[in-house]
Design a protein. Structure first.
Length: 208
């Protein structure tokens, strides 16, 4: 069954919503973003989560030291690299022995050549390309163009997902996990009804 990641968690109220509907992953953003959280705040919020919800730390072009320090302070289960990190950087993190799992984000556009995507991460997160941001655009990309890649890789699908389109996304690409942030928000905060409906549609097979 497809896993669910709710990303951009930043308040105790949002954690309470996650605790009621238990997605598989909760994402905390440590890079420049309107959803950024400090290490101290993320550690506090993570402490409110049940253990069955895995913690994902999202980083953009950070140093190895910063990532390892954040992982240590917050007890992260997954490191998500959403910047320009290359294969050698991923291998360097793996060799430390402190990182449990690494996801590498790839920003997809109409000109993306999937054969150029390195796959030494534990999973590849496909998100929509933007000139102004490394993610969180709320826009979808051409899922059909990623079919062949998705058939041969463990992918997390992000970019413009919401309760209305997530079933079609899963049907098209059969990803390991779907990743949502703005698609379950109202006025910049996670909305309980949208989170509930998103998870329900992923997990129960309800038709859209």
């Amino acid at each position: 069954m497809t896993a669910v990641k709710i990303c951009g968690i930043k308040t105790p109220e949002e954690v309470s919503i996650l605790n009621r509907y238990t997605p598989d992953y909760a994402g905390f953003i440590f890079s420049r973003s309107k959803r950024i959280v400090s290490i101290k705040k993320a550690s506090f919020l993570i402490g409110l989560l049940p253990k069955e919800v895995k913690r994902v730390g999202v980083f953009v072009n950070e140093t190895e030291e910063t990532i390892l320090n954040t992982q240590w302070e917050c007890g992260l289960d997954v490191i998500q690299l959403s910047g320009d990190e290359d294969e050698s950087f991923i291998n360097k993190l793996k060799k430390t022995g402190y990182i449990k799992e690494i996801w590498k984000s790839v920003r997809v556009s109409g000109s993306t050549d999937y054969s150029d995507i390195n796959n030494n991460a534990d999973a590849i997160l496909l998100d929509t390309y933007s000139k102004s941001a490394y993610g969180g655009t709320g826009e979808t990309f051409d899922w059909n163009g990623a079919k062949s890649f998705a058939e041969n890789h463990r992918i997390i699908l992000a970019g413009g997902l919401n309760p209305d389109n997530v079933k079609e996304a899963i049907k098209t690409l059969n990803p390991y996990c779907v990743d949502v942030s703005s698609g379950v928000e109202v006025n910049g905060y996670k909305d309980e009804n949208l989170v509930k409906e998103f998870i329900k549609r992923v997990k129960s097979g309800v038709n859209v």
